[in-house]
Each structure stands twice: as structure tokens, then as C-alpha cells.
Design a protein around this ligand. Structure first.
Ligand code: 8YV
Length: 326
């Protein structure tokens, strides 16, 4: 219909997103196009909004530039390193993500991964299933959460939700971030290496992207030391993955729990072969209810914008109201 705004759905056809947008917009579904280039070329002058249904879709400058009337990119996921938000913001395109609705779910997953890694629960379960308990009990775990300190790298909303859970477990928390966070009761370390030296477990929960690329490198891992445990709930890009693999192989750190990888879903074979790692297939927000709430927020951002209201959750690099369009 000519009076409706044209929106392009990039990524899989999720029912909540398709149903939520179909009546308000002319929704064009890239996944249905046989020839995607021709499909996008045919829509170039009409598309004013993108709905991005998964974070594995790369939304870069050259893609957005194909649509000169583009005003909004509403993406799924709290982390938006898959969208070039700086490029968009500089051109007056607002970018929205899905914060808030996944905070507690991701924090739950973080605690699950932490406990699994420290107390070797997946390994112990595999041991039982293999019939080995009949021979002898599973080993006592060298690691424990008792009398240990967790250093959070990042203290945003999810970091704070993880810290609250650790308070309940009576595990001391400290954190590193560029600036201390107002109203947060935990000790702040301006220096990551100094914190890694002082803690037993390092848990990353920072945004991905160039600002945090490889921040966990060989030096940080060596500061954590041979009894140290590394947990990554952020993005694969925040850790120098080959350096992590080497540190694990050489037992320069004790173990790692990883929910995220550099080249998902392709996990390095060296990690798959190790017993001293727990590997999750990017489960952070992965429940039906939370993913549905995230899909719903993708829709609601577009509906708000489409009806002349403020988008609900714009990101700082591509804010609302937009800068003057260039
Ligand atoms: C993933 C996440 O997007 O919101 C984020 O930033 O990392 C997750 O919710 C999701 O797990 C799909 O990969």
C-alpha cells in the first residue's frame, strides 16, 4: 500500500516480528528473495526502516548506503557491534537495540556458566553417563567459589545483575571499567591487569566492537595466573582467542567458561578438545520468553517511530532525535 512506510526485514522471519510489523508497514522480507541484490536494488528508493531479527546479520555502511531514505535500524540484541552505529549516527539514521528485557536472563546464564566452570558440572555429568562413577567417584574439584573473588570486566546493567546474584552467593565482587560507576558499591579498578592479579575469576560483560577488541590478552591472562578462571559472557572479540587457547593449553590459567566465540558458530577445534573448558552455544538470552520480549522490542521501536513518537531504545552513537541528515 502506497501510504504505508516501507520496512526491510533483514534476517530470519520470526513470527513476533513479522506479525508485529505486517499491518503497520509494507514489510519486505529479504529472506524470501531469491536474488537478494536485485530485490534490494528494486526497493532502494523506498525503504525507510530496517528490522534486523538476529545479531549475526552485519549491517554495515555499504549496506545502509544502498537505501538513501533509510531513517531507522531497529535491531535485535543488546549488543549492537554487528551494526555500524557510528556510520548511521553520522548520517542521521537512528539505531535501536533491545536492552533491559534480557538483563536478568543473561545474568542467570552467566551464573550457570560460572558454576559449571568452577565446579566442573558438565564434565561430572559426562563422567556419570559414561559409567565411570561405577569405578570411582568424580574427582573433587580443584576450584571453588568459596573464599574467592570475582572481577567483573564491565559494570553495565547486566554486570550489575550478575553482581547482585554473586552477593546472594556471598562471593566478593570487584570490577574494572573505564570510569567508576556511580551508585555501585563494589571496588573499582581503573587498571585491568591490577584487577586480574587480585582476583580468582575474571568475567567479561562489556560491549563488543573496536573499543574492547582483544582487551583480554596474554598479559591479562598471565596476571590472572595458573589458579585463575576466565568467563566470557560478552563477545568473542573481547578476548585474543589464540592467546586464550595457548594459556589454557599451557595451564597458565586453570579453566575457562565461554558463551561467545570469535567466529560463531564455528568454535576452534583446540577448545573442543579441552577438558578444562565449558562451552555454551551463545545461550545468554536464549529462552523462548526472553527472545520473544527482544523481538517485541524490535517491533515496538519501529511502531513508535512509524507513528511519529520517539523510538524507545536508541543507542548513544545513533541517537534520537537524529543529527541533521547528510
Ligand atoms: C544474542 C546477545 O544476540 O543481546 C545480545 O547482545 O548477545 C544475545 O542476546 C543472542 O544470543 C543471539 O546470538
Amino acid at each position: 500500500m502506497a501510504d504505508k512506510i516501507d520496512v526491510l526485514l533483514v534476517g530470519p522471519k520470526k513470527p513476533v516480528i513479522v506479525d508485529g510489523l505486517s499491518s503497520a508497514f509494507n514489510l519486505h522480507i529479504l529472506a524470501d528473495a531469491k536474488d537478494k541484490d536485485a530485490f534490494m536494488a528494486g526497493l532502494a528508493d523506498r525503504i525507510r526502516g530496517f528490522a534486523v531479527s538476529v545479531s549475526s546479520e552485519r549491517i554495515d555502511g555499504p549496506l545502509m548506503a544502498r537505501f538513501p531514505k533509510l531513517e531507522i535500524v531497529s535491531t535485535f540484541a543488546v549488543g549492537y557491534d554487528h551494526v555500524d552505529a557510528k556510520w548511521a549516527g553520522e548520517r542521521g539514521i537512528v539505531v535501536t537495540n533491545t536492552p533491559g528485557v534480557l538483563t536478568e536472563e543473561v545474568a542467570d546464564t552467566a551464573l550457570g556458566l560460572l558454576l559449571c566452570t568452577v565446579r566442573e558440572f558438565p564434565q561430572a555429568e559426562r563422567y556419570l553417563r559414561a559409567g565411570k562413577w561405577l569405578e570411582r567417584p568424580y574427582r573433587l574439584t580443584p576450584a571453588t567459589l568459596r573464599d574467592r573473588t570475582v572481577g567483573l570486566v564491565g559494570m553495565g546493567a547486566i554486570g550489575q545483575a550478575i553482581a547482585r546474584r554473586l552477593d546472594g552467593f556471598k562471593v566478593p565482587v570487584v570490577y574494572h571499567s573505564r570510569k567508576p560507576r556511580a551508585g555501585v558499591p563494589y571496588k573499582h579498578y581503573p587498571d585491568l591487569i591490577a584487577m586480574a592479579q587480585d582476583v580468582d575469576i575474571l568475567l567479561t560483560i562489556v560491549p563488543g566492537g573496536p573499543g574492547t577488541q582483544n582487551m583480554i590478552d596474554a598479559k591479562v591472562l598471565d596476571a590472572l595466573g595458573p589458579d585463575g578462571i576466565f568467563i566470557n559472557m560478552a563477545r568473542g572479540s573481547v578476548v585474543d582467542e589464540p592467546a586464550l587457547i595457548k594459556a589454557l593449553q599451557e595451564k597458565r590459567i586453570m579453566s575457562a567458561g565461554l558463551d561467545v566465540f570469535v567466529n560463531e558458530p564455528d568454535v576452534p577445534k583446540e577448545l573442543l578438545a579441552m577438558e578444562n573448558v565449558v562451552l555454551f552455544p551463545h545461550l545468554g538470552s536464549g529462552s523462548v520468553a526472553t527472545r520473544r520480549a527482544m523481538d517485541r522490542l524490535v517491533v515496538n521501536n519501529l511502531l513508535a517511530w512509524g507513528s511519529g513518537k520517539d523510538p524507545l531504545t536508541p543507542v548513544p552513537e545513533a541517537p534520537w532525535p537524529p543529527k541533521k541528515r547528510v
